[in-house]
Design a protein around this ligand. Structure first.
Ligand code: GDP
Ligand code: IMO
Ligand code: MG
Length: 432
């Protein structure tokens, strides 16, 4: 069995949670490698709905090793809340979950700082307000606090140095919100006691498992277009969501990775600010939001809706090296007469199929659409690829030809059993 990375090929919410939950059946461990509780991964098991934020979606499989890698930023209050919520639903989280001692900690003042920076209209990103960005800022600035230090006796000393720095910022920017640094210290000392039994060197744990012949599924949190390097910068999250992040965010070497699967909706959505070339602001876009129930699973914000974007997918396939694509939410398009697909961009009067980098050029993109015949039939067929309506298969074929990436699987409903694997596909082989 192989070690695979599963990640979003668009701007997030592609259905990664459902796919990771489904695939995790075949793996010994599932590891999150970046992001924090800005992620919202929905898993539906029968009538029971779980929304996972920090904890990898695979945790719902009894006995699987769940890992939060070093590339993740952890708000201990959010983590403990999520653990309690899952325990109330009968999931034995504490025995299955291991947390990297090298992951970074989010403190309440990170949220305060984020609020200030989001308040500046000219720089608004439309973040999830979870303190994610400011915590990664501290990590990169080499003043952050890691889980290993949170659970160490030396924590108060390190914390006070960070607090001093934050107090200086609060004074400089005349932040009126009172930050009670000593109360936070007390709270976090308590959190540390609860978290300590789950903390270890997860890079060593994962590599030991690989040496024993066990298989790991790496779960990306946000989509590639939110990646700090490859996304629509600056309208991105602050971590490496793309495939390379799986290695830096867990300490497992690239030589140990056997395959990379991209998850993409049959259309596209985005939450927050930033360029969105194929966005549909008409009644049709509203219809997709309604039919696809496109509201943020963490913030409840309406997701912006648009059409499958070929240049974008080609770009994310290139930077991630996708072996195969999993197309989700095909059923949402079931009653359309025709389905628009963005096949190229026009920028400054020139047709292009590559992703521009500059903010101005990204915002200047005019999408060029082709319209593919709709199928006007339910794709919520059970079980077999061959049962899919012929015209729906033609739509998928069109996407496959335009993107140059195999479509190895299709999700045609939110349930565990609503997933079709394409017979003979590379994905089928990778899953063994
Ligand atoms: P993630 O962040 O990538 O895990 O995705 P989210 O959970 O935020 O959003 C995906 C939403 O679509 C969830 O509500 C899923 O239950 C739902 N979903 C996933 N796959 C399908 C599908 O094939 N069809 C439909 N109708 N819903 C789906
Ligand atoms: P999942 O895991 C969609 C977006 C925010 C904002 C930008 C930066 O469910 O796919 P942040 O709080 O991370 O600093 O916000 O990133 N964003 C997401 N959009 N799905 C997500 O996660 C997201 N996580 C962050 O809306 O535009
Ligand atoms: Mg989501």
């Amino acid at each position: 069995m192989s070690n695979l990375i599963v990640l979003g090929a668009q701007w997030g919410d592609e259905g990664k949670g459902k796919i990771v939950d489904l695939l995790s059946e075949k793996f010994d461990a599932v590891a999150r490698y970046q992001g924090g509780h800005n992620a919202g991964h929905t898993v539906l098991i029968g009538e029971q709905k779980f929304v996972l934020k920090l904890i990898p979606s695979g945790v719902l499989r009894r006995g699987i090793q769940a890992v939060i890698g070093n590339g993740v930023v952890i708000d201990p209050a959010a983590l403990l809340e999520e653990i309690s919520a899952l325990e109330a639903l009968g999931v034995n989280v504490r025995s299955q979950l291991r947390i990297s001692n090298r992951a970074h900690v989010i403190f309440p003042f990170h949220r305060t700082i984020e609020k200030i920076s989001e308040g500046r209209v000219d720089r608004k990103i439309g973040t999830t307000s979870r303190g994610i960005g400011p915590s990664y800022e501290d990590k990169i600035a080499r003043r952050g606090i890691r889980i290993a230090d949170l659970v160490d006796v030396d924590f108060p000393r390190l914390y006070r140095a960070l607090a001093e720095d934050k107090q200086l910022i609060a004074d400089t920017f005349k932040i009126s919100e009172k930050i009670d640094f000593e109360e936070i210290l007390e709270q976090y000392t308590e959190f540390a006691d609860q978290i300590r039994p789950m903390v270890c060197d997860t890079a060593h744990l994962l590599n030991s498992m690989i040496r024993e012949g066990k298989s790991i599924l790496f779960e990306g949190a946000q989509g590639t277009m939110l990646d700090i390097d490859f996304g629509t910068y600056p309208f991105v999250t602050s971590s490496s969501a793309a495939a390379g992040g799986a290695c830096t965010g867990t300490g497992v070497a690239p030589t140990k990775i056997d395959g990379i699967l991209g998850v993409s909706k049959a259309y596209i959505t985005r939450v927050g600010e930033g360029p969105f070339p194929s966005e549909d602001l008409t009644e049709l876009g509203e219809k997709i939001r309604r039919e696809g129930n496109e509201y943020g699973s963490v913030t409840g914000r309406p997701r912006r809706c648009g059409w499958f974007d070929v240049p974008l997918l080609r770009y994310t396939a290139e930077v991630n090296g996708f072996d195969s694509l999993i197309i989700t939410k095909l059923d949402v398009l079931d009653d359309l007469e025709e389905v628009p697909v963005c096949v190229a961009y026009e920028v400054d009067g020139k047709v292009m199929t590559q992703m521009p980098a500059s903010t101005r050029r990204m915002e200047a993109i005019k999408p060029i659409f082709e319209r593919v015949a709709g199928w006007k039939e339910s794709t919520r067929v059970s079980g077999r690829w061959s049962d899919l309506p012929e015209k729906a298969k033609q739509y998928l074929k069109f996407l496959e030809e335009k993107t140059g990436v195999e479509i190895g699987s299709v999700s045609n409903g939110p349930g565990r059993d609503e997933t079709l694997i394409v017979p003979g596909s590379r994905l089928e082989k990778l899953l063994g």
